[in-house]
Design a protein around this ligand. Sequence first.
Ligand code: CA
Length: 232
Amino acid sequence: MTATILIVEDEKLIAEMIQFNLEKQGYDVHVAYDGILAVQKVEVVKPDLILLDIMLPGLNGFEVCRQVRKNHSTPIIMLTAKETESDKVQGLNLGADDYITKPFSPQELLARVNAQLRRANVFNIQEQVNENKMQFGNLAIDTQKYEVYKDQKLIALTIREFELLSFLASNADKVYSRSDLLHEVWGYKEFFGDDRTVDVTVRRLREKIEEMPSAPQYIITKRGVGYYFRRR
Ligand code: CA
């Protein structure tokens, strides 16, 4: 599989290091050195995955993420120099799928990249063979077309949000812990990811599918345990 990866990074040495390691794995790699060029390149090279720095000239990484998400569900991994919780949460809120804190090792980078691409690929295969449509109240989930409708209106979800929703809905009324979900939906081993990732994605999903996100009807918090999807 030759996946196309777009690196958005203004520090040339870091961009070259990433490019070197990804090309060594056989990936087709493109680089953008500023945010404005990044948004343009996404349309031209149609990447399978985007590695996105936050501090960039032109548009910053958060803004690039926001713009890309208007039209694309391409997996996005944010590269953050600051290990602050708010950066991570903001990135995830804007639809990023994962983040890596600099400095990172080539091994960590490749593990994250491969995990994202594997998920996106598994998704495509499921799309071909799975004709399942699930209906819950005013919510319809089409796992073949990868679409979710609320009151017959299409809702824009990221791949991760969709995957979390379809996983919970396919296993309705069963409670999953945050680490179960990191494993099942994110494909993380224990040493990757933290529980906040799950909470942030749940919150985003509730804002999109629930009538009242503060009093959810579908994705329910089981206090002290985790989350489940309530069958109506
Ligand atoms: Ca930078």
